[in-house]
Design a protein around this ligand. Structure first.
Ligand SMILES: Cc1cc2nc3c(=O)[nH]c(=O)nc-3n(C[C@H](O)[C@H](O)[C@H](O)COP(=O)(O)OP(=O)(O)OC[C@H]3O[C@@H](n4cnc5c(N)ncnc54)[C@H](O)[C@@H]3O)c2cc1C
Length: 420
């Protein structure tokens, strides 16, 4: 498809009449429209509205009324959290900070007119636009799989019903059955996420189905916190997990959802549950806006402004920013930098140099938490890592328990920072 400055998703949804005479909502104050109510978008909407004390009109466009965090969704699979404990709503952003929350899809962006068209037909005009739509999947990334197969072979990489489905399928496996995961190629959301998930699946199976097997086909030769996970798998789930990296054919995979088979380097295995995590790209609205290069949307780390359109800021997983991993913590951190830059541009408030931080915690087994993290600064070229830390192999049980407890505190703190 040719990209131009006016592109629409699902042309059938937007009527010709609504395009000819768009109804433009909001007037007077500077206007910011935020697309996507995840860690990036919710934090940006809150911090722009809160920091400007009502001087900026902020509209958040998000189709779902309830946001389920992907972070801690693996713990739900493992039985350590309930689904309701990872659910958040947008009521406080509206009632406490005055954010105009619109539950709809953004289906088109006209960068010349500076308007966003919604599936419902309305158009929102903006002075600055924030895009934080997360990820979509790369078509054809795993041969045999597409979105029509997601009920038989769930991705569970957008949390909610997909996560519930995967958990139910794991729990319904026959005794001694086989669980397979097709892991994603780099770069993707949450580098340790697939491997924390394997740990949580193993935790469930060890209790309920101890003779079951887990196969992981991985297109990569190594992965985040690999030494820590492999040590944990050997100590806690001995003999259960067969990880097949690209050096052993893990990058040559095909699935058949009707037959429930996975072929790894030509060897076909019948499986009882299968988690396919395909290759990823920026949320599709970024492509529609014409702000992507390749799969991702390049940004300037000082302000998180698009390198293609300075009226647009792109946050979180969709952004090509440099050294930060695609994580909820990173999206939250980037959103605060963007909010400060937007307030500065629209109201003249003071802007400080951009600083970012991130930690990714993972749970291997009960009270056995590990972490990796870093701080970052913006350079003209990218968001650049300053220094980092990582849990060590061989740590004692008290330290691992403290790391897990730290992650529980982090979850409570960061979700409160985003949504309340
Ligand atoms: C299993 C797993 C475990 C993880 N664990 C961690 C962790 O421990 N720590 C951590 O920091 N991160 C973790 N992550 C990563 C984290 O969830 C993501 O990096 C984070 O959600 C990215 O935030 P975002 O705002 O970019 O996108 P998202 O959270 O995906 O939010 C995007 C929002 O945009 C909306 N949207 C999309 N398109 C449109 C449109 N056209 N119009 C309107 N709205 C739209 C979507 O409905 C969605 O709500 C994990 C991820 C997974 C999958």
């Amino acid at each position: 498809m040719t990209l131009n400055r006016r592109n629409f998703i699902g042309a059938g949804v937007v009527t010709a009449a609504s395009l000819a005479a768009p109804m433009v909502l909001g007037a007077g104050k500077p206007r910011v429209v935020v697309i996507g109510g995840g860690p990036g978008g919710a934090t940006a909407a809150k911090y722009i509205a809160k920091g400007s004390k009502g001087a900026i009109d902020v509209t958040l466009v998000e189709p779902s009324r309830t946001y389920y965090t992907c972070f801690f969704s693996n713990l739900y699979i493992g039985g350590f959290r309930t689904l309701s404990s990872i659910a958040h709503s947008y009521g406080t952003l509206a009632s406490k900070y005055g954010v105009n929350v619109v539950h709809d899809w953004a289906v088109g962006i006209d960068r010349d007119a500076k308007t966003v068209t919604l599936a419902g037909g309305a158009a929102l005009s903006y002075d600055r636009l924030v895009l934080s739509p997360g990820i979509d999947f790369v078509d054809g990334s795993v041969p045999g799989w597409d979105l029509t197969k997601q009920n038989k072979m769930p991705h569970a990489y957008k949390a909610g019903s997909q996560t519930e489905l995967l958990k139910a399928q794991i729990e319904a496996m026959p005794q001694g059955g086989t669980f397979a995961m097709v892991a994603p190629p780099n770069p993707y959301r949450c580098p340790p996420g697939p491997y924390e998930r394997i740990s949580m699946v193993a935790h469930v199976l060890k209790e309920k189905n101890p003779t079951a097997k887990i196969i992981v086909a991985d297109p990569k030769p190594k992965f985040s916190k690999m030494g820590l996970f492999q040590e944990g798998w050997a100590d806690h789930y001995e003999g259960m997990i067969d990880w097949i990296g690209s050096d052993f054919g893990g990058d040559n995979v095909e699935v058949n959802a009707d037959e429930m088979t996975v072929s790894i380097d030509g060897e076909v295995t019948k499986v009882d549950a299968c988690n396919v995590i395909p290759g990823m790209k920026a949320g599709r609205i970024c492509e529609m806006a014409g702000v992507t290069e390749g799969n991702w949307a390049p940004v300037n780390g000082h302000t998180m402004q698009s390198r293609i359109d300075e009226n647009i800021h792109i946050l979180g997983d969709s952004a090509a920013q440099g050294d930060m991993p695609k994580s909820g913590f990173a999206a939250n951190s980037q959103a605060k930098v963007a909010a400060m830059a937007i307030r500065g541009a629209l109201t003249g408030s003071k802007v400080f140099p951009a600083k970012f931080s991130n930690t990714c915690w993972s749970l291997i087994d009960t009270d056995n938490g590990v972490k990796v993290g870093a701080t970052y600064e913006a350079t003209d070229e990218k968001i650049a890592k300053i220094d980092g830390f990582i849990s060590q192999t061989g740590e004692d049980a008290d330290l691992r328990k403290a790391t897990f407890e730290e992650s529980v505190g982090w979850y409570a703190g960061i979700t409160s920072d985003m949504f309340t």
